[in-house]
Write a protein that binds this ligand. Structure first.
Ligand code: DQA
Length: 158
């Protein structure tokens, strides 16, 4: 299995960004943990982070066809990034949406995700281990032969 861990705006600042909310671990530290966890399960990992919606879309367009799954923390684009949402909808592999924080317990604007309806599932509120849980989720889907078409990518309006 080949999986991409994709992080959106401001997530490159993990470690120093609002540590009381997002913790003190850097994104590269988290990715090292994800790689080790994935390797034990025969999952190859690539990663991408950008502060720009278009760059995230370019990555998904280019790499998506080669992937068996995507773990996506889109940061604030989660709440309004309709171009990213359409790129996720077009992917042929399942996507697991991850948020470090429990977005449902924060400001009201964070409760809305334009990505959830085109994702296989959502993991929120567990901090960095959420990325590991997402790998487990993709493995479970893969074992059941679930692809994008059957993992909640029916094209519903957000
Ligand atoms: C986040 C939650 C978003 O609302 C926020 O804009 C982020 C991080 C999270 O991981 O908890 O950048 O996606």
């Amino acid at each position: 299995m080949r999986v991409a861990i994709v992080n959106g705006p401001n997530l490159g600042q993990l470690g120093c960004r609002e540590p009381s909310l997002y913790g003190t671990e850097t994104l590269s530290g988290i990715l090292a943990r994800v790689r080790a966890y994935a390797a034990e399960r025969d999952v190859e990992v690539e990663d991408f982070q950008s502060n720009h919606e278009g760059a995230l879309i370019d990555f998904l367009e280019e790499r998506g066809p080669l992937l068996d799954g995507v773990v996506l923390n889109a940061g604030a684009l989660t709440h309004y990034g309709l171009s990213l949402r359409d790129a996720v909808a077009a992917l042929r592999c399942p996507v697991v949406e991850v948020h470090l924080t429990n977005v449902h317990r924060r400001e009201p604007f964070r409760r809305r995700s334009v990505l959830s309806a085109v994702s296989a599932g959502q993991i929120v509120g567990f901090g960095a281990p959420g990325y590991l849980l997402a790998i487990d989720g993709l493995l479970a889907l893969h074992a059941r032969g679930v692809d994008a078409a059957t993992s909640n990518k029916g094209g519903e309006a957000p």
